[in-house]
Ligand binder design. Structure first.
Ligand code: NAD
Length: 436
């Protein structure tokens, strides 16, 4: 990229919702900054960097939905392909009231880097609808999912773009998505989506794969830093599809999960929270707030709770400069996508906090998705032992590669992971050459 030239934004107008625009943080700008940094460190061909600083395609759609009271609500949705040089676009679908095109594009770019870091043959994509699923009935949610799927169907396909669950979407949403595509095309297309229910071609161990990858990275980084895992304390932000199984896995690994927050509350118990009881409480009430097995704290106090490990497992931008200064833990393992803004990263570097970045730490989910996609294409299911062994091997070897690169270059694991990612993408881009 020539000096001073700004990369084009995926959208100039509708990229950032007004409530999000009030903050100075833009997820797309943050990704572009990281791609430039990794390219400079890895001495990447500037032509490749220029290609990576824009999205291949961004589709914005209107999603009209007949609501239960009879009126029609129109939602805004997106599906973005950031880069498909290494394989079909892969990335989740998010339903969230503050979603904007810049965030979707940033999440798609993170997927390009992530699939390269764990070396699986996918590119990066992402999609979603700006909506609050908590305010929708099951019928409204299904109609929204099916209409959104119809609107973006031209981009989807087992060889083109394979969605999966993300924030506020789950296997039920993936089932509606698959069924809509099957109806549209008049055939079963099991490899077009991952994170499906087992009954329609899903894969055992897909649920919890992201969390188990986070635990493998935690074990690896604690071993490298010579910190004993048993008895160590963890704080966890988010108790959803990633955070809840992670709470269980960290506890069963012998750690004390001393504080957990979600969108509505936070609890703290210095002796360690009982995750089983907390899960029952969340199943009954919908939030960790009010759990009697700990003291209630403000969600903003989570990062200042004393611990060795901090795991953001909620939304992007959760760790800003202030949070980075308040953080007590010496290790951050990023289960969420994009949880640390660049200014917070600089604070972590100054304070000597070790961060295992999202594009490595939460790659267990996309690795399991790769196996589920292969299962759909080959037409018979994997044994669970095969899935567990491949997941463990992929995560461990990606960790080793990034750790070694960070030592060689004398930079943070985030910067080293960026270098590993862009190098692999550059190799593929140069091997293909430029069409036409
Ligand atoms: P989810 O919708 O299942 O759960 C989200 C959790 O975050 C909920 O507990 C919610 O209450 C909490 N939360 C939301 N806003 C919050 C806030 N402001 N403060 C505190 N907590 C808040 O989503 P998920 O699938 O668990 O995804 C969590 C993160 O992990 C996301 O960043 C997602 O992109 C990333 N991720 C998910 C997967 C996956 O397999 N689902 C894979 C890789 C990365």
């Amino acid at each position: 990229m020539s000096a001073g030239r700004q990369p084009p934004k995926p959208f100039e107008d509708s990229g950032v919702p007004a409530d999000v625009a009030a903050s100075s943080y833009d997820a797309w700008d943050a990704v572009v900054e990281r791609i430039h940094d990794a390219s400079a460190l890895g001495k990447i061909d500037p032509d490749v960097t220029r290609i990576l600083c824009v999205c291949e395609r961004v589709l914005e759609v209107a999603v009209p939905v007949r609501m239960d009271d009879g009126h029609v609500e129109v939602f805004q949705g997106w599906r973005v392909h950031h880069d498909t040089t290494r394989g079909p676009a892969k990335g989740g679908i998010r339903f969230h009231p503050q979603l904007g095109s810049h965030e979707v594009a940033a999440l798609a770019a993170d997927m390009t880097l992530k699939t390269a870091v764990v070396d699986i043959p996918f590119g990066g994509g992402k999609g979603g609808v700006r909506c609050d699923p908590g305010q929708l009935s099951a019928g409204e949610l299904e109609r929204l999912t099916r209409r959104y799927t119809y609107e973006v169907a031209s981009l989807l396909g087992a060889d083109r773009d394979i969605p999966a669950p993300d924030v506020n979407t789950d296997e039920r949403v993936m089932a509606w998505l698959l069924d809509t595509l099957d109806m549209l095309h008049g055939r079963d297309m099991p490899a077009v989506v991952t994170g499906k229910p087992l009954a329609i071609g899903g894969m055992r161990l897909h649920t919890g794969a992201t969390a188990s990858g986070v635990v493998r990275c935690t074990r690896s980084v604690f071993a490298e830093l010579d910190i004993a895992l048993p008895g160590a304390r963890a704080v966890l932000q988010g108790f959803g599809k990633v955070g809840a199984p992670l709470g269980f896995l960290l506890s069963s690994a012998g750690m004390r999960v001393v504080a957990i927050s979600d969108i509505s509350g936070a609890v703290h118990n210095p002796g360690g929270l009982d995750i089983g009881q907390l899960s029952d409480h969340v199943a009954r009430t919908g939030s960790v707030g009010g759990f009697e097995g700990g003291q209630q704290i403000e969600p903003s106090e989570l990062w200042s709770v004393e611990a060795e490990l901090a795991v953001p497992a909620a939304l992007g931008g959760a760790l800003d400069e202030q949070a980075a200064l308040a953080l007590q833990a010496t290790v951050v393992v990023e289960a969420a996508n994009g949880p640390t803004i660049p200014a917070a990263d600089r604070v972590f570097d100054d304070r000597g906090v070790t961060v295992v970045p999202d594009i490595l730490a939460n790659a267990g989910g996309v690795t399991a998705s790769y196996l589920e996609w292969a299962q759909g294409r080959q037409g018979y299911p994997w044994d669970t032992e095969v899935v567990a062994a491949r997941l463990a091997h992929t995560m461990d070897s990606a960790f080793e590669t990034v750790w070694a690169r960070s030592k060689d270059l004398g930079v943070s694991m985030r910067r080293a992971a960026g270098v590993v990612g862009v190098e692999r993408i550059a190799e593929a881009t140069l091997a293909r050459g430029l069409f036409p």
